[in-house]
Design a protein. Structure first.
Length: 232
């Protein structure tokens, strides 16, 4: 049985349609900015100019501010009173928290390798190949991007869209920490062979060994980032 009052919520939603449209656009803008962070295109500490970004993306200031709000919630941006919006600089405590989450997600995702499809496995291989190619040409920014893709591909083995989205947010924060560390070659050169070794274990169906190596990888990377960010 349907009452007149029962349709009020539909009318209320219709009245808020414009807000929903703006929110949807803001999410797409936030996705673009997050992807730019993941690709190494925006460095921590950079101030984001509303007018320049709005003109570039052809969106209103209200939409852009909503995107900023979303990314501030994700800890990628920070609003400084009377100054503006800046790309956030992660600290060592962020790193400890981020790597704690990554250990749970990525080591668990590795266990899906035996039943993952060819496309998911291929993405892991492609990321390793991209990193090795970048190293051969001395393009360490590309190596950093390949490293991000490698860990995204590991997570994608689980076949969960929710995990993929969460990992994108986590890795965007980690990429900002890489920028703070400075010299990308010095940071990435020791981990690139580990990506290759993890893949080698997976190809040989030695998933437990790959999981152990990834855990050691995280321990080393976390320690290096914490020391670097603390200025020790």
């Amino acid at each position: 049985m349907t009452s007149v009052d029962g349709d009020n919520w539909l009318r209320a939603l219709a009245g808020e349609r414009g807000d929903i449209d703006r929110s949807s656009t803001a999410e797409r803008v936030a996705d673009k900015l997050r992807t730019t962070v993941l690709d190494g295109g925006i460095q921590p500490g950079r101030q984001l100019n509303e007018k320049a970004l709005g003109d570039a993306l052809r969106v209103s200031r209200n939409t852009l501010r909503e995107a900023f709000r979303l990314l501030t919630h994700e800890r990628l941006l920070v609003h400084e009173y009377s100054k503006g919006v800046f790309v956030r600089k992660p600290d060592w405590q962020d790193i400890v928290d981020l790597y704690g989450a990554r250990r749970i997600i990525e080591t668990g995702a590795l266990r899906y390798w035996p039943r993952a499809d060819d496309r998911a496995r291929g993405a892991v291989r492609d990321a390793v190949d991209l990193g090795l190619a970048g190293a051969r040409t001395g393009d360490w920014i590309t190596v950093g991007t390949a490293n991000v893709k490698f860990h995204q591909a590991i997570t994608a083995l689980a076949g969960s869209r929710r995990l993929d989205e969460e990992m994108q947010r986590l890795l965007a924060e980690v990429r900002l920490a890489f920028h703070v560390m400075g010299d990308p070659e010095r940071f990435h050169k020791d981990y690139l062979p580990l990506n290759r070794d993890i893949l080698d274990h997976l190809e040989r169906d030695r998933v437990r060994e790959a999981e152990d190596l990834l855990t050691d990888y995280f321990d080393r990377a976390e320690k290096q980032l914490v020391i670097g960010l603390r200025g020790e």
